[in-house]
Write a protein that binds this ligand. Structure first.
Ligand code: ZN
Length: 494
């Protein structure tokens, strides 16, 4: 018996604008796709919030016992400036400015993306496919859309015919936009464009002679349009219909609208049952923007090396701060907010530590089972993490009361309380204890090697030179040199 058989989730579906009882296509299995980053710069803190929301969703679904296949792509080609069909490829532009290969840009910022997510204790997705690794699938998809009459080729580029599509389908079904309004609000084509209508979007673009990232296709040497990769990769790994598609609110239009249109045009059916959108992260009440200087990146927020915050914050405090807001709400990042979250987080962690030394009694003055179900109820209500955290603080008050002998708990209830707190705090919210959080990889290594140096010293005192030499040689074999000096032993790495 899996937990999901008793815990029923309601998800706010952007497609219908309503909370709906979640029912997966295949009982017990969930396919979830989230649009990943375009790797041409360091990951934006707003993106960290979006991906953190879906990390929390992934963690909860797994906890309920679902077998989840979570696909989050890496956009490494085809994303043009201003998210439009014209302009330079974002990655190519950066490569040109820095005079290096586009794939060096991709590599650098993919590594940065993973490092940052790792700091914030993200679980890796099940599959992380790249756009450049799925060119063949994208070409096949374009051919299908052309065959079905919803795309046309002009001068080596292929465009999706939005007007034709809208005759039999609803372009705007997700974003609630009407094609007539879009026509009214867009400027007419200037005669330079190959498109029939300004609303049409590129499925394939013919590469200019200077464009480095290019692939052969039936239409031209070129590259795929940005919207296409997600349709190709979600279909490949999750099937033509799958359960959950997520992304930032800013992707709803045109990106997700175009994904629906591409699927519908190629396969005659809507791809996704539940569309989920995470809201924006603001900084001191305003949109983050490089041009206004109202911006802070993850590294600056962690280190405190910035002019906006009074100090640096640990990854778990930042994560806790983000989880104190529902994923669908706009979240305002402020120093006061982070300070308050830090205080709350420390209070929670102190209570978690206190659980180990609580005295038990013959009866409980608090209904732990009911409280536990309230925690589930919060998460079942569209992943309402602020309500979950309110429940956690309710039990913190109770833990403190038991500690001060103003309340009581039985041994069985204490066991249940420990398990439940560990589940929600560490497994689902993805927080880490302060001691684990602050130690960087280097600090941990130092600690471990110093322990071995101490053991070696002890071995030498006991004249166990075989063991002492073994420690030195085995460390040397993994690249750590011990240097014996007058003031003791130090180490260096290579
Ligand atoms: Zn996407």
């Amino acid at each position: 018996m899996q937990l999901y058989q008793n815990q029923h989730i309601n998800i706010y579906n952007s497609l219908t604008g309503k909370k709906e009882t979640f029912k997966p296509i295949n009982s017990g299995y969930i396919g979830m796709y989230v649009c990943g980053p375009t790797v041409y710069s360091n990951v934006h803190l707003g993106n960290v919030r979006t991906f953190m929301s879906f990390d929390m969703v992934f963690r909860y679904l797994k906890h309920l016992g679902y077998k989840v296949r979570y696909v989050r792509n890496i956009t490494d080609a085809g994303h043009l400036e201003n998210d439009a069909d014209v302009g330079e490829d974002k990655i190519t532009k950066k490569a040109r400015l820095e005079e290096i290969e586009p794939m060096e840009i991709v590599q650098r910022y993919t590594v940065d993306f993973h490092n940052v997510l790792d700091k914030f204790n993200f679980l890796p997705p099940s599959i992380e496919p790249t756009a450049t690794g799925h060119i063949i699938e994208q070409i096949e998809l374009i051919s299908k859309i052309i065959d079905n009459g919803f795309a046309y080729e002009v001068n080596g580029s292929v465009y999706f015919d939005v007007h034709k599509y809208n005759e039999t389908n609803d372009y705007g079904i997700l974003s609630k936009r009407k094609l007539e309004d879009l026509i009214h609000n867009t400027r007419a084509l200037d005669g330079q464009s190959d498109k029939r209508n300004p609303q049409d979007f590129a499925l394939w673009k013919k590469a200019e002679p200077t464009h480095i990232m290019r692939w052969p296709s039936p239409w031209s040497d070129g590259f795929p349009g940005w919207h296409l990769e997600c349709t190709a990769m979600s279909t490949k790994y999750l099937g033509e219909q799958f359960d959950i598609h997520g992304g930032g609110m800013d992707l709803k239009f045109p990106h997700h609208e175009c994904e629906i249109a591409q699927n519908q045009a190629a396969k005659g059916q809507a791809p996704v049952n539940y569309w989920m959108h995470a809201n924006m992260l603001e900084l001191n009440g305003a949109r983050m923007s490089k041009s206004t200087g109202n911006i802070i990146n993850p590294a600056e927020l962690l280190s405190g090396k910035n002019d906006i915050m009074s100090k640096g914050y640990s990854p778990s405090v930042i994560r806790f701060f983000m989880m104190q807001s529902a994923y669908r709400s706009v979240l305002d990042l402020t120093d006061a907010g982070l300070l308050a979250s830090e205080k709350g987080f420390n209070r929670l962690m102190n209570a978690v530590d206190d659980l180990e030394s609580l005295k038990t009694s013959n009866n409980s003055s608090f209904d732990i089972k009911k409280w536990k179900q309230n925690c589930y109820n919060a998460m079942n209500d569209d992943f309402n993490t602020p309500i979950l955290i309110a429940n956690l603080f309710e039990v913190v008050t109770h833990i403190n009361a038991i500690k001060e002998t103003r309340a009581t708990i039985t041994a069985d209830d204490l066991k249940l309380l420990k398990e439940t707190i560990s589940t929600f705090v560490f497994d689902i919210l993805g927080l880490k204890k302060t001691s684990e959080d602050n130690a960087s990889g280097t600090d941990k290594l130092t600690g471990a090697v110093e322990l071995l140096i101490a053991l070696r010293k002890e071995a030498r005192v006991n004249k166990d030179f075989a063991l002492s030499d073994k420690i030195r040689d085995e460390l040397a074999a993994v690249g750590i040199q011990l240097n014996d000096g007058r003031d003791g032993t130090t180490f260096s790495t290579n």
